[in-house]
Ligand binder design. Structure first.
Ligand code: AMP
Ligand code: MG
Length: 336
């Protein structure tokens, strides 16, 4: 009898411990034109992931330039519109980032994004005249805001594609905190957020994709409660009949796809929205511009730059966190 009782106790104890063990849940969705993966560990992991997916879908409905019912489409219709506080705030931040990055990140580049059509089934190589006709429509000065009231100058339009996923990752980070997620990560296209730690207490290992062999990693970086956002020509491009490759990030100063000496830029910091805006901007700036920008703002972010000539530059904040394959495709060099 005693034996049976202690056996029963043992079984109950095992069951209750199993019940308390934090659950690991994963979720994959397709939103904002990309595959998104998420993993969360915690007693409310499933709820956290489902709330995150809902939030991402809500933001896509609000911010997509291709959804007719979005606030961005309402702004792009050319009428004066009243938008939500959230959209107004994000627009204000976008304008600030445009000013900070010397206009290399600029949401008003939309007319050129659309005309090149690199996201579409029918991309087009624009002539110099076509570019010249659209370039005057680019510039934050065309976006007029008075609180939540927004007006664009005639013919102008905006694209939040270079910042919306970063903003979504900030919102997901907040949801993970709200649901007491112990550890986890999300990868929204090139936008990663690493939350807490793995169950062994170590940081999450985030792969920086090899831009020349996208199935592999150029480096791994250990992150906890940080964002790592990558921009690169390899993420979206088309090859014209003459073999020229046109990638999706437009240089707002030329109106053409940026010709960068960088293959990819990864910005690492505690703010997903800023990381997203900066990674796009630094890709346009190229190696020298990106280095100079980081030197001015080194307190705000770390970065990894992968160059056309196979060098992987990283900033001192990543020392001890970054692993680059010795003898691999890239020579790692510390920036100072
Ligand atoms: P990302 O992948 O974050 O670098 O964003 C690139 C996307 O943002 C493109 O696919 C365009 O939709 C849009 N875009 C292209 N060039 C720029 C730019 N210079 N500034 C802001 N958005 C841009
Ligand atoms: Mg971006």
């Amino acid at each position: 009898m005693k034996r049976t009782l202690s056996l029963l106790l043992c079984v109950l104890l095992t069951l209750s411990l199993a019940g308390c063990a934090p659950k690991e849940e994963t979720l994959q969705i397709f939103a904002m034109d990309t595959v998104m993966d998420m993993l969360a560990v915690g007693s409310e992991a499933r709820e956290a992931l489902s709330a995150s997916a809902q939030e991402i879908n809500r933001l896509e409905a609000l911010l997509s330039r291709t959804r007719e019912s979005s606030e961005v489409s309402a702004i792009n219709s050319g009428k004066t519109v009243t938008v939500s506080d959230e959209t107004a705030e994000l627009l204000q931040r976008a304008v600030q980032y445009a000013a900070l990055t010397g206009g290399t990140f600029d949401i008003t580049v939309e007319p050129l994004v659309s005309a090149w059509g690199i996201h579409t089934e029918s991309p087009k190589v624009l002539s110099a005249d076509e570019i010249a006709a659209l370039l005057p429509l680019v510039g934050s000065g065309h976006l007029h805001m008075d609180g939540r009231t927004v007006t664009l100058d005639e013919g102008c339009s905006i694209d939040l594609g270079a910042i919306a996923k970063g903003y979504a990752s900030d919102r997901v980070a907040q949801i993970f905190r709200d649901y007491g997620v112990e550890g986890g990560w999300v990868s929204l296209g090139g936008n990663v957020y690493a939350h807490g730690t793995k169950s062994d207490g170590k940081p999450w290992s985030v792969a920086i994709r090899d831009p020349q062999n996208t199935a592999g990693a150029a480096a791994l970086v250990g992150l906890s409660n940080q964002f790592a956002v990558t921009s690169g020509g390899y993420q979206r491009y088309f090859t014209a009949e003459d073999g020229t490759v046109y990638q999706h990030i437009i240089d707002p100063s030329t109106g053409a796809p940026a010709i960068s000496d960088l293959l990819s830029v990864t910005v690492i910091c505690g703010n997903g929205t800023m990381a997203d805006a900066y990674s796009t901007a630094l890709y346009v700036m190229g190696l020298e511009g990106a280095k100079a920008f980081w030197q001015q703002h080194s307190a705000d972010f770390d970065m990894v730059l992968i160059t056309q000539d196979n060098i992987l530059y990283y900033t001192p904040g990543l020392q001890g966190k970054l692993t680059v394959d010795e003898g691999g495709a890239y020579d790692a060099k510390l920036l100072s």
